[in-house]
Design a protein around this ligand. Sequence first.
Ligand code: NAP
Ligand code: GLV
Length: 306
Amino acid sequence: MNITVCFDQLDARPWVQGVGAALPQARVSAWTPGAPQADLAIVWAPPQTFIDEQPGLQALFNIGAGVDALLKLRLPPALKVVRLDDAGMSVQMAEYVGHAVIRHFREFDAYEADSRMGRWSYRKPRSRADFAVGVMGLGVLGERVARTLQVFDFPVNGYSRTPKQIDGVRCFAGPEQLGDFLQASRILVNLMPLTPATENILNRDTLSQLQRGGYLVNVARGRHLVEEDLIALIDEGHLAGATLDVFRTEPLPPQHPFWQHPKITVTPHTSARTLREESIAQIVGKIGALQRGEPINGVVDPQKGY
Ligand code: NAP
Ligand code: GLV
C-alpha cells in the first residue's frame, strides 16, 4: 500500500514518519509533483495538481474537521473524503468556547482592565438565565460544547440541519426554526461547517435577531460571518461584542478593524488544533478498517458538503 502526504504550508515529515511507524507494511512518502501513484492520501488543502496527478487514490484523509477547502477542488466522484472525527479537538473546543462564554458572562475582561489600573471594583452579579447560549451546529464539536455549557448551568439552545434530541438542550432545526433559535439566544456560538447553505449566515438579519446585548463566538469558518455587519451591530449597541477565532482572510491582515476593536477578541485560528498523535492513530485505525471492508465514521457526503 502506498500512502502519500500532501500539506499546504505544513511540514509533512513528522506525519510521514508517524504513519510509517504505525504502518510498517506501507510505503509512506511526502508528495512532490510527478511522484508515483498512491492508494491513499493524507492531506490539508492540497493543490488541484495533486488531485489531477493521483487518479488512483481510493481515499483522502483530511487532517482537519472542516473539508470546505478540499471540496472546492475537482475531485473524482468515487474518491472517498474522510474528515477528522474529534481526534482530541472537541475537548479543546469546549475549553475555548467555555472560556469565551464565561469570560463574557462574568465580565472578566472588565476585571482585568480594573486590575491593571489597581482598581478594586465589584460588578453586580448577572443572572445566567439571561444568558442563554445558542450553539449552531450540533455535530462532534457542537454537541460537546453544548454539554460543557450545561455544566455551568447556562440555558442552552442548539441548532442543526436535521432534528436532534439532546438532554437539557432546547433543539431547533432547519431554516424554518432559525428565527426562533436566534430569538431564544443571547450568546451565539457557531460550529457549523462552511457550505453553500451556511456561507454568510451570520449577517445583519440573523445577528440582529439575537437578544439585546448579544455576543458572538465564531469558531467555525470566517466565511460564515459578514464582518462589517458584526462591527455595525456592536457599534450600534445591539451586540455586546464577539470572540473570533476564524476570519475571511487568514492571517487576519494587520490593518483589519477587528484587531483594534475594544469589544472584539481575536485569536489566530487556534480554538481546536489538530493533534498529530491522536490524528495519526485515528487515520491509521480507519485505514485498517477500510482494508477489512468495515464501515468508518467521518466519511464526507459531497452533496451535504460536510
Ligand atoms: P460535524 O460533526 O459535521 O457537525 C456539523 C453540524 O452542523 C451538524 O450538527 C450539522 O447538522 C450542522 N449543520 C450543517 N449544515 C447546517 C445547516 N445548513 N444548517 C444548520 N446546521 C447545519 O462537524 P464538527 O466536527 O462538529 O465541526 C464543525 C466545524 O467546526 C468544521 O466544519 C470546521 O469548519 C470547524 N472547526 C474549526 C476549528 C478551529 O480551530 N477553529 C477546528 C475544528 C473544526 P446535522 O447534525 O443535522 O447534520
Ligand atoms: C480546523 O479548522 C479544522 O477544520 O479542523
